[in-house]
Design a binder for this molecule. Structure first.
Ligand code: AMP
Length: 300
């Protein structure tokens, strides 16, 4: 079936309602476009949970800070539409900024403690923008299953909590990080990287892999040591660290000393490779090592 493109809220809302009226379960995949295999796997996941998948493509201005990359963020709607159709999405909602934020709009969804650490600390206002646009998308689409990637782990946790707190009629599903064959987490921002920086970008996944190996194979539980593995790899690549944090997987509170028995812990990092800010994370003992570093000698 041909892909339907909806640029307006009214048309997209009506199409979502029509699907439900026909007895179908709706799947929603919110994105900012410049789609890659990571996004497409979210479409696959949404198909497993629903009968008709809608992808939203919107570079949301309210989640970008004044000095961030809003104007240069990659935009490639035609190619995105082809990818969505080939992957079996039924419709795409691609509104303009003024459709989503018409003159006079002034309401924002503010998030609590989950938005304070990690990316929230270095990107003030970012999660207010995310929570606001996702609330709008949920309000427009109506009852559905919405799929988000664990690449943006903090975002996923915030959206899960926000959906519960605001009683939104949406089931939120998380999907594991999709990586390139060498372990780099896929990201639309990888397109910014020069070929030299593309190699250096592996420092994030490598550092997380060494930490993950230490956690799993050597039983390392010290926060300082686990974080040090990431710091070392980033330093080796000359990356500028934004943060390296070990946090509780549910509440995102800092684990400052040791990972307790039975505690689920996420090691997360953000770093600049040149001008490009990349993020990555692993849930220790749960996610596979992003790169198999088990045969490597550290620093070799
Ligand atoms: P974005 O277009 O970057 O806003 O991402 C849209 C959705 O795709 C979010 O739920 C992201 O977490 C998810 N996503 C982006 N990259 C990946 C990836 N490498 N693996 C899994 N999910 C991803």
């Amino acid at each position: 079936m041909a892909l339907a493109l909806h640029p307006t809220i009214d048309a997209f809302r009506a199409a979502c309602q029509q699907a439900r009226d026909g007895g179908e379960r709706l799947g929603l995949v919110p994105t900012m476009g410049a789609l890659h295999e990571g996004h497409l796997r979210l479409i696959d996941e949404a198909k497993r949970h629903s009968d008709r998948v809608a992808v939203t493509i919107f570079v949301n201005p309210t989640q970008f800070g004044p000095h961030e990359d809003l104007s240069r963020y990659p935009r490639q709607l035609e190619q995105d539409l082809q990818l969505c159709e080939a992957r079996g999405a039924a419709m795409v909602f691609a509104p303009s900024a003024s459709e989503m934020y018409p003159p006079g709009e002034q309401t924002r969804v503010s998030v609590g403690k989950l938005a304070e650490p990690l990316c929230g600390r270095s990107r003030p206002g970012h999660f207010t923008g995310v929570a606001t646009v996702v609330t709008k998308l949920f309000a427009i689409a109506g009852p559905c299953v919405a799929v988000f990637g664990r690449k943006d782990y903090q975002q996923l946790k915030i959206i899960e909590r926000m959906t519960r707190d605001l009683c939104l009629p949406v089931e939120v599903v998380g999907h594991p990080i999709v990586r390139e064959s060498d372990g780099l987490a896929m990201s639309s921002r990888n397109a910014y990287l020069s070929s030299e920086d593309r190699k250096r970008a592996l420092g994030l996944a490598r550092g997380l892999s060494f930490a993950s190996m230490a956690y799993q194979l050597a039983g390392e539980r010290s926060a300082a040591v686990l974080k040090q593995h990431v710091a070392l790899s980033l330093a080796q690549e000359g990356a500028k660290v934004d943060y390296i944090e070990l946090v509780d997987a549910a509440e995102l509170t800092e684990i400052s000393e040791r990972v307790a028995d039975e505690q689920r812990a996420v090691l997360a990092t953000a770093a600049y490779i040149g001008d490009t800010r990349l993020i990555d994370n692993v849930e220790l003992g749960v996610d596979p090592m992003p790169i198999d570093v088990s045969r490597e000698v550290r620093g070799g």
